[in-house]
Design a protein around this ligand. Structure first.
Ligand code: NAD
Length: 494
């Protein structure tokens, strides 16, 4: 990743974007559009089509038709595998273009986007390409004279609704296993970050994915998203986003065709530092980036820092200094550590949650200011709050911004109580030199992932998903394939 390479791409004109339905790019039936405004400098980049229910219906029909025709669902597994590998090749060939396009759209710092967006999306397509010809059925241990076969079949039409943070990475986590299992897909990106996924869809067509197997419908959640969630011919809805929208999707399913709904929602993840942590300096560095990378706009962000009282002051001092030293600015400047907040709406939410925390008695150790390193852009300095009490809103509610809430604890039992003291259960971290304590904590914490002596970074081989109100599904790993497959029994009298 070189600055010259980024600079060559950062001012490219972006044409107004259409919907991809049945292999054709088209305007919305209503001809309505939404502006795409870059959080880097507030400039309008282009428009995206604002799909309505008529467009959603056409996209679902295209997905259904291709599924029933078998152009993809019944294509030989070895051939499907080649196409998915070819998509990965295309992503790699367009790595820089995709990374810069995504950053212009959502403001993630380029170093992070470079790795987490096209880098991980290509790897995800390769991983699931390799799964295509390893999805075996089973023979059940039935009595003499009978044969029980368990077939694994693609489900049909998969709707995927994704958020604005890491759209390529999260989009690939859903599209690649859904396609590997033989389904057709209708993808609804966030209205705040559609561009890189629209580009990915074109790369899928270029790689030989038959038209209509992937369809992309942009637009608002209230209109395009809702119409997709309520469509009577969608078999599965896989969603990543906020809890309130997750609830609406369950309702939409209940009030339409009972489509299966998988939810990957938010978190308020505890990062727990014990006095026996081996290297407090390293723990502080990783913990600071565990909340502040991508301006805290990371579902697994370690937004609650729980520190054992004996090392509390020293540790918080380190984190505070690190936070204050981070360079916030133009996300396409490789010398900056942190980029922009994705939208004015999100920045306002961060500020109001910070103000509420101060009102409720938390103390601001550093940061929290709205700053303007690039005129017209949305930026905020990383905030560290201490004197946080477990019942404050800032200790219980997700900010999804660069705000760290610090709380002390006395012993392991209190750490567990605090860690599990929210309605969420997405991620967590434990820093300790004791192997026994590490294992005890892994068992005790209610979360989909417990990082030990690190924070962040698990690869595609392991599942990501939450418990409690952080969701009910898993992306990544072989387990994600199960979401996109139906089991069918053949019971045969011999
Ligand atoms: P959001 O819930 O506002 O939007 C997500 C998607 O849902 C967007 O595409 C949006 O257009 C659509 N949507 C909104 N209202 C809808 C409706 N009524 N019907 C159908 N679709 C609708 O979330 P966001 O602000 O884009 O993303 C941030 C949230 O996502 C945070 O809570 C974060 O924790 C969560 N997240 C979770 C994970 C995970 O893996 N668990 C990963 C990334 C982000």
């Amino acid at each position: 990743m070189k600055q010259e390479q980024i600079d060559a791409l950062r001012h490219l004109l972006i044409p107004d974007q259409g919907l991809l339905i049945d292999g054709q790019w088209a305007t919305a039936a209503s001809c309505q559009t939404l502006p795409v405004v870059s959080p880097i400098d507030g400039q309008q980049l282009c428009t995206i089509a604002a799909a309505g229910s008529e467009d959603i219906d056409r996209a679902v029909q295209a997905a259904r038709r291709t599924f029933e025709q078998g152009v993809w669902s019944r294509m030989a597994p070895a051939e499907r595998k080649k196409v998915l590998h070819c998509i990965a090749d295309r992503i790699e060939a367009h790595h820089a273009e995709l990374a810069v396009l995504g950053v212009r759209d959502n403001g993630t710092e380029i170093a992070m986007a470079w790795k987490a967006e096209p880098g991980s999306a290509a790897g995800t397509f390769r991983y699931y390409a390799e799964c295509v010809d390893k999805i075996n059925g089973e023979i059940a241990p039935t009595p003499e004279g009978t044969l029980g076969l368990i077939h694994k079949e693609p489900v049909g039409v998969v709707a995927a609704i994704v958020p604005w943070n890491f759209p390529l990475m999260i989009g690939a986590w859903k599209i690649a296993p859904a396609l590997a299992a033989g389904n057709s897909v209708v993808l609804k990106p966030s209205e705040d970050a559609s561009l890189s996924l629209l580009r990915l869809a074109q790369l899928c067509l270029d790689a030989g994915l038959p038209p209509g197997v992937i369809n992309v419908v942009t637009g608002t959640g209230a209109e395009a998203g809702e119409a997709l969630a309520r469509h009577m011919d969608v078999d599965i809805l896989t969603f990543t986003g906020s809890g309130p929208v997750g609830r609406q999707l369950l309702k939409a399913s209940a009030e339409s065709n009972l489509k299966r709904v998988y939810l990957e929602l938010g978190g308020k993840s505890p990062n727990i530092v014990f006095e026996d942590a081996v290297d407090l300096a390293q723990a502080a560095k990783v913990s600071a980036m565990g909340i502040f990378r991508n301006s805290g706009q990371v579902c697994v962000a370690g937004s609650r820092l729980l520190v054992q009282r004996s090392v509390h002051d020293e540790f918080v001092e380190r984190v505070q200094k690190l936070a204050a030293s981070l360079r916030v600015g133009d996300p396409l400047d490789v010398t900056n550590d942190i980029g922009a907040i994705s939208s004015a709406r999100q920045l306002a939410r961060n500020q109001s949650m910070l103000a509420r925390a101060l009102e409720q008695g938390a103390r601001l150790r550093t940061g929290g200011q709205v700053i303007a390193p690039v005129p017209g852009g949305q930026y905020m300095s990383p905030a560290v709050l201490d004197a946080v009490q477990p019942d404050m809103d800032i200790a219980r509610q997700e900010v999804f911004g660069p705000v760290l809430a610090v709380m002390p604890f006395d012993d392991e039992a209190e750490a567990v109580r605090l860690a599990n003291g929210t309605e969420y259960g997405l991620a967590s971290g434990v820093w300790t030199g004791s192997l026994s304590r590490a294992h005890r904590m892994v068992r005790a914490i209610k979360a989909g992932v417990v990082h030990v002596n690190t924070y962040g970074g698990p690869d595609i081989t392991v599942p990501l998903g939450g418990v409690r109100q952080s969701g009910n599904g898993h992306d990544k790993s072989m387990h994600a394939l199960d979401k996109y497959l139906d089991l069918k029994t053949a019971w045969i009298q011999l």
